[in-house]
Design a protein around this ligand. Sequence first.
Ligand code: 5AD
Ligand code: FES
Length: 348
Amino acid sequence: MTHDEILNWLRESNEARLADLWRTADQARQAHVGGEVHLRGLIEISNHCIRLCGYCGLRAPNRKVTRYRMTREEVAACVRQAVALGYGTVVLQSGEDPGLARDWVADLVRWIKSETPLAVTLSLGERDKAELAAWREAGADRYLLRFETSNQRLYARIHPARPGGPANRLELLEHLAVLGYEVGSGVMIGIPGQTYDDLARDIALFAELDLDMIGCGPYLVHPDTPLGSPDNWPVLPGDEQVPANERMAYKVIALARLVCPRANIPSTTALATLNRERGRELGLVRGANVVMPNLTPPAYRQLYEIYPGKACIHETAEACQDCLQGRIESLGRKIGSGRGDSPNYRPR
Ligand code: 5AD
Ligand code: FES
C-alpha cells in the first residue's frame, strides 16, 4: 500500500467503502493467521516508573499513584493461573522500573520457562542492551515496545529524555530482533498534535520494521498528566488532528493487518474502554487475532492506571476468561491452542 492509499483510508468516511476495508482486513486475517484467537495473560508486575511520558498516568511525578511491585511469589501465582486457564503466553508488563533488577527478572523468566510450557513476553520499557540480552538468554521469547509515533518532533515533546540521554526506540526495536526476540510495537491513535500524515507513516513503518506483533489503541485522556490539560496541549486546527475515536482505531487495526498480514494483532483494552459492549468483538472482525486478558491481582490492577476508566478493572482473572470466551465464541471463532508464535519465530 502506498502512503496515499493509507492516507485515503484514514480520511474515508463513507460507510459502504469502510465496510469493504473491514471485510478485506478480516479476510486477510483469516488467510494468514486463521480463525483462532490467542489469549495472552497480562501480569502488570510493577507500576513504578522513572519516566515522564506526557500522556501516561504512571509517569514518575504523579504523586497520586500508590506504587507497588509484585513479589516473585505473587507473579508465580498468576503464572500458574495462566497455565490453569489454558493460556499459551504470559506478558510481564511494568513501568520503566530499575527496581526490577536484571537478575531478578532473568531468574523469574528462567523459572517460568522451566516450570511451564508458556511463551514469555516482556514489556518493561527501554532497558539496557545487557539486560535485554540477559533476559533473552534466560528464555524470554518476545518483547513489546511501542514507538508511539513516528513523528520525531511529536515524540520528543511527549517523551522527555531519560537522564542517561535520549534512547532511540527504533534502534532498540532493531536490536531486539537481532537478539532473537519476536518484536512487537505500535502507536497511540489520536495523540494531540498527531496528523493524518503522521499516522499514515506510522502504519508504513509497521511494515518496514517487519513487526511480529502490532498493538494500537486510542489515546485516552488522563487528567493527572500534562497532556490531560487541553490548555497545554491543544489539538491541531481544522481537519489535521487525528481523532482518538473508535472508528479510527478500527481503521488502524485493519490497515495494520493489510500491511503486515502475518502479524499478531490484539484487540486492545483501550478499544474495549471506548466501547465496552462491542469494542473487543469489532476489533476481532476487522483484523485483530489476539486478546490480552488481565491476570493482575485486582488490588494491584486498580493501581495500574495508565488511563482512567480502563475496562475490566474490577474483574477477577476467571471473570475475564469467561467474558472473553463468550465474546470469541459469539463470533464463531475459537480460542487458540498452544503458544501462538509469529510465523517468523526463531527458537533459541
Ligand atoms: N491512553 C492510551 N494509551 C496509553 N498508553 C499509555 N498511556 C496511555 C493513554 N493515556 C499506552 C502506550 C504504552 C502502552 C503500554 O499504553 O502506548 O506503550
Ligand atoms: Fe475482562 Fe471482559 S475481558 S471482563
